[in-house]
Design a protein around this ligand. Sequence first.
Ligand SMILES: Cc1cc2nc3c(=O)[nH]c(=O)nc-3n(C[C@H](O)[C@H](O)[C@H](O)COP(=O)(O)OP(=O)(O)OC[C@H]3O[C@@H](n4cnc5c(N)ncnc54)[C@H](O)[C@@H]3O)c2cc1C
Length: 249
Amino acid sequence: MNILVCVSRVPDTAAKIKVAGDNKSVETAGVKFILNPYDEYALEEAIQLQESKGGELTVLTVAGDEATDVLRTALAMGADKAIHVKANQLEKDSFYVANNIANVAKELNPDIIFLGKQSIDFDSFQISSLLGGLLDLPSVDVVSSINYADGSITGEKDIEGGKESFETSLPAIISVQKGIKEPRYPKLPQIMKAKQKPIEVKEAIETPLRTEILEMTLPEKARAGKILTGSDADIDELVRLLHEDAKVI
Ligand SMILES: Cc1cc2nc3c(=O)[nH]c(=O)nc-3n(C[C@H](O)[C@H](O)[C@H](O)COP(=O)(O)OP(=O)(O)OC[C@H]3O[C@@H](n4cnc5c(N)ncnc54)[C@H](O)[C@@H]3O)c2cc1C
């Protein structure tokens, strides 16, 4: 099987995020970046598929100059080769990223494209659906289990409060849910071996942006909670707060 896994490079979940001086982007100085956690699950699913069916596993990112670190992590986990599409514009949006992934996918012709269910930096949830449209392929999101057959797959995807069963022909685009397979942690020999694996660098294709960021702000600090004891006066106060402050009754 020819397998493609798309990965994004995101700020560490523990990083303290600051808005940059332009009020439109994140201040990246001093921020540690990691492989998007959901993409580790996608990679593990892909590695186990390759282990059982054979074939080639390529990992791909669309990013600025600095993406080699996450590609090396993916190679150490088990990908055979990596492609770094170098972003050639200062500002990007999901369409820019998806269009560049689609451009490479048309060359590689993969049987299956794996993604994480979401990129934890900008959380737009758009890449898999955009890819489905650009490549005219089925895309199934938030997949929590997969069974492979010849030319098709079946599985389950998470929906609010339950699961949905699906079947799709291949090639297809699959975005995976956390926990589909527990990601492996590469050991020193694999990390060393990954340094010899190829990373192909490609220039991004020009893609007009379809969205513009007008402003970026940090969330407001959560307000302190109020504790009411249940006395008659507190019940009156609760009704007043729900009516006047929360405006829900
Ligand atoms: C160099 C660069 C600068 C950017 N700057 C900004 C910015 O200033 N403001 C802003 O709002 N957004 C910025 N973006 C992010 C971009 O607009 C998208 O939001 C981001 O790439 C993910 O899209 P999404 O949130 O729709 O992904 P989702 O649909 O949430 O991600 C789902 C999956 O798609 C795959 N994926 C996502 N991103 C990539 C990628 N880059 N390469 C390969 N696979 C990927 C991963 O498997 C991920 O798990 C930037 C992107 C790049 C590459």
